[in-house]
Design a protein around this ligand. Structure first.
Ligand SMILES: [Cu+2]
Length: 166
């Protein structure tokens, strides 16, 4: 009886490791998340020039994704958001007006979260934060609130509404 238990435990462990091994393979879309965080952090610092530059990088990355490298289900999801994300990224990249950038960032973030929910972009936690003053969301790699819509005017305004990879 003990031997069977051991065997079951062994198989379960091997199976779990297999699952994690599959999860560990990063998607070709992973650089988009890093780029998103760069834009977000620039807005937290109220640095419109940095936000524009990073949005330009995001745009380059999203337009350069090799579709064929994605599994079919990911490809379908990605295609549903590619144009929407590119639209807001382009507006952020072409603007020097932080208020205008933040306007686009709200829509950009809502779409980006839908993508991040449907396709695993990272093994790390991703927090989906909400700003009640702006009635808008953003993604963060950090549990602490740093508001990209107001920067230091209202840095800690907001709350975590959802956590990915908990
Ligand atoms: Cu615009």
């Amino acid at each position: 009886m003990k031997k069977i238990f051991l065997l079951v435990a062994l198989i379960a462990t091997a199976f779990t490791q297999q699952l994690f091994a599959q999860d560990a393979k990063p998607t070709a879309l992973a650089p988009l998340l890093a780029s998103y965080f760069d834009i977000k952090n620039a807005l937290v610092s109220s640095n419109s020039a940095d936000a524009a530059a990073h949005a330009g990088e995001f745009l380059k990355t999203i337009n350069g994704i090799d579709m064929k490298s994605l599994p079919e289900t990911d490809m379908t999801t990605f295609m549903a958001y590619q144009d929407k994300l590119a639209f807001d990224a382009r507006h952020i990249s072409e603007s020097k007006d932080i208020a205008h950038q933040r306007e686009h960032f709200a829509n950009f973030s809502a779409n980006f979260f839908k993508l991040a929910k449907a396709i695993k972009l990272t093994d790390q936690r991703v927090y989906y934060d909400y700003c009640p003053m702006q009635k808008s969301y953003w993604l963060s790699a950090d549990a602490s609130i740093k508001n990209p819509y107001f920067g230091k005017q209202m840095l800690t305004c907001g709350k975590v509404t959802e956590t990915l990879n908990k």
